[in-house]
Design a protein around this ligand. Structure first.
Ligand code: G6P
Length: 756
């Protein structure tokens, strides 16, 4: 670097000197002819200042008197000058009867000869030549050189300084940042800050590559660390790598196909650019290692506005974009399908049907028809992708695609099919209000394996199947046999990738409390708020999440505990969701109104009880809020699992923070150390907030440690490993498996008890 600087400075000096000296040389060279020319043409006016210059001469050098014929009559002055005097100016002066100036030089002399006629009245008597020293012209040249020297020096200093500053700013600074980033990567102290790449100017393409490399390196490090923990934990811990190895070892020639409504990568337009974003969903974390391990295929609806611009002629593309390892096949839905299948049947029908949150499900025959059509569309795309695969493994996701298992199994009885229902399954009475409950059950029972989060949902499903369709339901072995095909029904509590929520840099300082307070102040200052304690809620803006009830509880808390006013702020991150559905739009207004109501009651100049962030936050940003919070509030009215609860626990590597958790979430079954609440009991939630804030540190740490152990062990990789492991045990029943049941089977299947 030092040598580079020296060379750069030398090169700059040399070039500035060369240019400046050259231009001065030509300036100086041009002075004399210019003056001579001006004198010769007597054009003083065109060269203003030149005459002045000449007049600045040091005085007369010589004097000569001529007669009217131009003969020198008398003279005084140096001989070299007198001898070299030209006659022509005198002659011209005599002829014209006017003064004539001529510039001459000889040896080291330079002079101006001024010949003037001498009159006696009107009679021309002769002429006089005065010779004026013009050596100052040369002196002027010397002065010009001198001035130029200093000008050059100033120029050199200025140009070197500017260039140096520019090189420092545009090259050296980003380069040293890049070097620092590489050093962090090498040493594992990854402290990347948001916008770091943007600051690298010229080097940002290189920086992006470094970031991609960093991600891979981080993953490799995390894997190595997890491996180490794995050995220590006696092989109990599941990692992405362990999952991949298991899949490679057991999948044989079977390829894995995942199908879901939401895609794992979405291409959207941002200005003129097309960017790839990962939609907020824990599913990608879980299923990506599976698909990577066996180069699988993920079939999903293409919902990004630039999705169609990046697929090939078969609507496929390889993902992840930075490191393609598996295929994403996009299915295109029309505007009407979006409205009827996604918004209508799935989200205005099945979603409120399965969540007991007292929002009335809406079932429209047109939506149901469309739901069936779209399920066929997904199944069609899936079957196309599976065409060349023997004994494929198919993993269907969620309530949008309840009919896909049966459709696939009918066409490909050799396929092993699982479906995971990510939301609760209600009791048979509640489910019974769906006019097409039997068709939905048939669709699901096409699967070899039907998964739910918790045993309660499995039992509700078994009870519903028992009641609604003719089947043999075995509660002990948790199976349903219908039309000669057996479906296993199993609980698999979905989870997070424990390490995935950990902070980027291993920076638990010596004083985690101080560090947390500083982070909280930084985050809150963006909203002009100061508070000593922070409560946090992170949800999609969905009526099942109990956001309004949570805000009411907070209002109650401030009423009951005025001491906490100006001390505690609750930040509610509410990511907009399904915004075209009226119940969601209404909820949005209610949440805003309630926050506004409480804020207007208590807020002061620098403090607010509630900060509402109504936009999607990225993974890193949510991680910062989790780590800064004293309390995380998960008060869903009903929730299949709720991964926010587990993400919060996974993020707390300081083993601090309290989780207030609704007992109506799947997570409450596992996270028994949370403060469990009934979200409808406003006073109870208010008390729980108080209890969380006042809990002694030892108790807090102990509870968090236990919850972290739980989430670390029962992580997302274990979830995927268990589902796929159980599915592997299923023997495909051959081409005839799903035909109408033979009579002996029919005899063992009990008729539906009642069609509720
Ligand atoms: C729930 C569902 C998922 C769904 C997610 C986001 O968690 O179980 O299947 O993807 O909500 O909802 P959205 O309608 O945006 O896909």
């Amino acid at each position: 670097m030092h040598l580079f600087r020296v060379r750069l400075i030398l090169a700059l000096i040399a070039s500035v000197i060369l240019v400046s000296v050259g231009s001065t040389y030509f300036d100086v060279r041009s002075i004399e002819p210019e003056i001579e020319n001006a004198l010769a043409t007597e054009d003083h006016a065109t060269l203003p200042g030149l005459t002045d210059l000449l007049k600045r001469g040091t005085g007369a050098l010589a004097l000569a008197i001529y007669d009217q014929h131009g003969q020198m009559m008398a003279s005084s002055g140096p001989q070299e000058v007198l001898g070299a005097l030209a006659h022509s100016p005198v002659e011209k002066a005599l002829q014209k009867g006017a003064q004539v100036d001529v510039f001459s030089h000889a040896q080291h002399w330079q002079w101006l000869e001024e010949a003037s006629p001498i009159h006696n009245g009107n009679q021309l008597e002769g002429a006089m030549a005065i010779v004026v020293d013009a050596g100052y012209i040369r002196n002027e040249g010397v002065a010009l050189w001198r001035r130029s020297f200093w000008r050059i020096v100033a120029l050199v200093i200025l140009i070197v300084a500017i260039t140096f500053a520019m090189v420092r700013w545009f090259l050296l600074r980003p380069m040293s940042r890049l070097a620092e980033r590489l050093r962090q990567l090498r040493t594992g102290h990854d402290e990347k800050s948001a916008g770091a790449v943007a600051e690298l100017g010229l080097f940002s393409p290189l920086a992006r590559e470094v970031e991609t490399m960093a991600e891979s390196l981080k993953a490799a490090r995390a894997a190595a660390a997890a491996e180490a923990r794995l050995r220590e934990a006696g092989d109990r811990l599941w990692t992405a790598e362990r999952l991949a190895i298991q899949i490679q070892n057991h999948a044989g020639s079977s390829r894995i196909f995942v199908v879901s409504n939401r895609e794992p990568y979405m291409h959207v337009r941002r200005g003129r650019e097309v960017v790839c974003v990962v939609p907020p969903s824990g599913l990608v974390t879980a299923l990506e290692p599976v698909l990577r391990a066996c180069d699988g295929v993920w079939v999903a609806s293409g919902s990004g506005d630039a999705d169609s611009t990046v697929v090939d002629e078969f609507d496929r593309l390889r993902v992840p974009p930075d490191e393609p390892r598996y295929t994403l096949r996009r299915v295109w839905l029309t505007e009407e399908e979006e409205e009827r299948y996604y918004e209508g049947f799935s989200n205005e029908g099945l979603w409120p049907l399965c969540h007991i949150a007292h929002t009335r499900p809406i079932f429209r025959a047109g939506d149901w028809e469309c739901y069936q059509k779209v399920n066929q569309k997904f199944a069609g795309a899936l079957l196309e992708e599976m065409r060349d695969s023997e004994e494929p493994v198919v993993f269907v996701q969620d309530y949008h695609l309840a009919l896909v298992p049966q459709l696939v199994k009918k066409a490909r009885p050799d396929a092993r099919v699982a479906i995971f229902w990510h939301i609760p399954w209600p009791n048979p009475e509640a489910f019974g209000i769906c006019p097409w409950q039997a068709e939905l059950l048939d669709g699901l029972l096409g699967a070899d394996l039907v998964g739910f989060h918790i045993p309660l949902h499995c039992n509700n499903f078994l009870a519903t199947a028992d009641r609604v369709v003719e089947s043999r339901t075995d509660r002990e072995h948790m199976t349903v046999r219908r039309h000669g095909h057996t479906s296993l029904v199993r609980p698999y509590p979905v989870s997070v990738a424990f390490d995935g929520m950990a902070r980027r840099a291993p920076s638990i300082g010596d004083n985690p409390d101080r560090e947390r307070a500083a982070e909280r102040d930084r985050l809150l200052s963006r909203f002009g708020v100061r508070a000593e304690r922070l409560a946090l809620g992170v949800d999609r803006l969905d009526y099942t999440k109990g956001i309004v009830e949570r805000l009411e509880a907070l209002g109650q808390f401030f009423e009951d505990h005025p001491w906490y006013r100006e001390r505690l702020t609750m930040v509610q991150i509410a990511a907009p969701s399904r915004t075209r559905i009226p119940s969601y739009a209404e909820l949005h207004l209610r949440v805003e109104e309630e926050a506004q109501r409480i804020n207007s009651l208590y807020q002061t100049a620098h403090w607010k009880p509630i900060v509402l962030i109504e936009e999607q936050q990225n993974h890193d940003e949510v991680g910062r809020w989790y780590r800064a919070a004293d309390v995380c509030l998960v008060t869903s009215l009903h929730d299949g699992m709720n991964l926010v609860a587990k993400e919060f626990v996974a993020a707390r590597d300081d083993e601090d923070g309290v989780l207030v958790l609704s007992k109506f979430t799947g997570a409450a079954v596992e996270l028994r150390d949370a403060l469990l609440v009934n979200p409808y009991d406003i006073a109870g939630v208010s008390d729980a907030i108080y209890g969380a804030l006042e809990m002694n540190p030892a108790e807090r740490h102990e509870q968090m440690r236990r919850m972290r152990r739980q989430v670390m062990e029962f992580n997302i990789y274990l979830w995927a490993a268990k589902v796929l492991g159980d599915l592997r045990e299923v023997r495909p029943e051959g081409a005839d498996a799903n035909r109408v049941p033979p009579s002996e089977d029919a005899a063992t299947e009990t008729p539906a008890k009642q069609t509720a």
